[in-house]
Design a protein around this ligand. Sequence first.
Ligand code: GLU
Length: 507
Amino acid sequence: MFNNQIRLRFAPSPTGFLHIGSLRTALFTYIIAKKLNGKFILRIEDTDQKREVEGAIDKLIKIFDWMNIKFDEGPHIKGNFGPYIQTQRLEIYNKYSQELLKKGGAYYCFCDEETLKKNREEQIKKNLPPRYNKNCRNLKEDEIKKRIINKEFFVIRQKMPIQGTTIVYDELRGNIEFNNENLDDHVLIKSNGIPTYQFANVVDDHLMEITHVTRAEEWISSFPKNVLLYQSFNWEAPKFIHFPIVLNKEGGKLSKRQGDVSVEDYKEKGYLSEALINFCALMGWHPKDENEILNLNQIIDIFEIKDMRVSSAVFDIEKLNWMNGHYIRNKPLDELTKMCLPYLEKAGLIKIINEQKYKILSIEKIIDFNYLKKIIGLEQERMKKLSEIGELVKFFFIDKLDYDLELLKWKKSDLKIILENLKLAKEELEKIQDTEFLKENLEKILINLTKKTGVGELLWPLRVALSGQKFSPGPFEIAEILGKKKCLERIERAIKELQIANLKLQI
Ligand code: GLU
C-alpha cells in the first residue's frame, strides 16, 4: 500500500498551548521523518475537544515557526491528504464507520447513559473491572434497523476479540502482548456522530498513508485497539514507536502545578528555541559520545531509532537552564541584544523608539543600539534566561542607586578605610579625560592604586559603588559604560553615605 514515501505525523489536540512533552513527541517525529527522508505532517485532532479554544491552531503553528520546525503538510500548507483538521473530516469517518459495521468490526449499541451507569454499579458490586457488558453485541439486523428508524440513542462500538491474546509490535519494545479479555468494546462513534480519538486516528493514519505512528508511551493502552481496527478493515498497519514517558524529578507526571509545562511559557521566560530543542531531544535518546550540545541538523545526522530508550526520561530544569546559558553565550551579540530588547522594555528600563534609538526611562536619555550591546555583552556570560536581563543590568538604567552599606565593605574591613579608598579612587578617576575613560586605562590606573590600598579593599567597594549589586561584572567594564560623569557621581554618593554612617558611629 505504501508508495515508498515515508510519512510521519504530529497529531495534537488543539488545547491552546504546546505541552513540553508534546514538543518532545513532535521533535522525535520530525527527526525520524527527516532521518528517513520522509514528510512531516501536522494533523489537528479536535474531535474530543469539550470546547474549542480560540486561535489554538494558529498559536500552535506560530510556536513551531518560532522553533523553525517546518511541516510539509498541514492545515496551513497545501497537501494531497487534507483536510488536516479532524472536525472537517466527519463525512469520511461516517463512510468508514459504515464500512467497518459491514465488515463486522463494530456494532451499534443502544445503551444510554442510565443503562451504562447501572451496569457499572453492578460490576463494581461484583468486584469486576467496569467495562461495557456487550449487551448490544449480538442484536439482530431487523431490531437494529427498527431502533435506528425510531431515532433511538446509539453509539458504535469496536467489536473486540473475547478470548486469546493480541500481540502488537513496537519498534523500541518489540512484541507486547495483551489479554483480549481485558479489552473493552469501546466507543468508536459517539451518539452525536463524532468519532472518538481511537477511530479518527486510525482512519486518518491510513488515509494519510502514515508509515510510522510516533507518540508517547501513554498511548500504549490504545495500541491493541488500533491494530485490531487495522485488521478489521484489512488495512496494512503502519510501524509504531512509543516514546518513553517524561517524568519530573520526583517521578511524577509533568503538570502545571509544578511549574511551566507550555513551550509558550518557556519562550516567554527567555529560553532559546535551540536550547529547548536540544534539551527535548535528550529526553529519550542520547548520542553515543558525551557531547550533548547538538543542533537539530546534527541530531538528525547521528540519530538512530534503535538508540532511543524505553526507560522513562527525566525533565531536569537545571539541565535546561545550563543548556540555555550555553546557547546564550554562543549567540552573536547583535542578535542577543535584539532578543533582550522586549525584556528590557518589559522590566520598565527602556522604551524602544526605533531600531536604533532607545530611551532610558528613568532619566529620559536617548541611547543607541551599540550602547545597549555593550551592556548586554557584559552579562552574556552570566545570563541563563533572557528574562533575567532586566534584573542583571538595571543598575545601568537606574538614576540613583540605593547602597547597602554592609555590601560596600570588603570582608571585615573598616568603614573608614573603605571611605578613604573610594576617595583615592575618585581622585585618580577625576584625572582621566572623558575620551580616555576606557576599560584598559581604568584598569591600569586602579590596579596601580591597589598596591597602596590592597586589591579587595579598593575594587570591591568601587564595584559596589558603581553597581549597587552583590554580583556584577567588574568595576572597569562598568565604569567605561557608565562614563566618567556618572561614575564619579556614583562614587560621590557612596562616599556621602559612608560619611554619614561614619559620623553616626562616632556619636
Ligand atoms: N491526539 C493525540 C494527542 O493529543 C495524538 C496521539 C497520537 O499521536 O496518536 O496526543
